[in-house]
Design a protein. Structure first.
Length: 203
């Protein structure tokens, strides 16, 4: 197996990026990038900490990531599984990255920067939804922002409804939990109860 061990070896294979790959990078949220953020209902949040890396899905109504100013984003930490993997990482290593997806659109948006976790009562209350405020807000300072071309979305045919899979053809969360716990956790009852339980705890 041939293993690349230096940046020079990589550059010898891939060459240098063209102008379109470099001029798109900004150190702030430009007006056009603002429109992409406002249109997105989903982002993947990447963080790192002493235990390793983590990538967490985040989603809500389009525009759920608030633009405070051209260098600052704010994202409420909505209800989840209470593992707080991303938040654990951020309080020890502020480096973060976001990847925004927009349904039906090929281009994605990437943002790299630094973040902290705020529990300021007024800030949390400002994200009130369905009468519920998040317990914390991730506040991110933008270091760089740029769009990613649509090749990955085109190759994956991600937005093609004809390619959607049926959930029942894949292992369910209940089945996975049961197999991992010798049937102590999960099972059919877990799957039956989940939709109602989730609906009551979305926010």
């Amino acid at each position: 197996m041939s293993i690349i061990a230096s940046v020079e070896e990589l550059e010898a294979i891939y060459g240098q990026p063209n102008d379109a790959s470099t001029v798109k990078v900004a150190d702030r949220i430009t007006p056009k990038y603002r429109k992409l953020i406002d249109a997105s209902p989903f982002a993947a949040l990447a963080t790192g900490g002493p235990e390793g890396l983590d990538c967490s899905p985040r989603g809500d109504a389009a525009g759920f990531v608030r633009i405070h100013d051209e260098k600052t984003l704010m994202m409420p930490d909505r209800r989840g599984n209470n593992r707080v993997d991303s938040l654990r990482n951020i309080v020890r290593d502020p480096r973060v990255a976001l990847l925004f997806l927009i349904p039906g659109v090929g281009s994605t948006l990437r943002i790299n920067g630094r973040a902290h976790v705020s529990v300021d009562p007024a800030l949390c209350e400002s994200f009130l939804t369905e009468g519920k405020a998040p317990r914390s807000v991730v506040v991110m300072t933008v270091d760089e922002i740029y769009f990613q071309c649509a090749r990955a979305i085109v190759r994956s045919d991600l937005w093609n409804p004809a390619k959607y899979l049926r959930a029942q053809d894949l292992p369910s969360p209940g089945e996975i939990l049961a197999s991992m716990s010798d049937n102590r956790v999960g099972g059919e009852e877990y799957d039956r109860a989940w939709p109602e339980r989730a609906q009551k705890s979305l926010w």
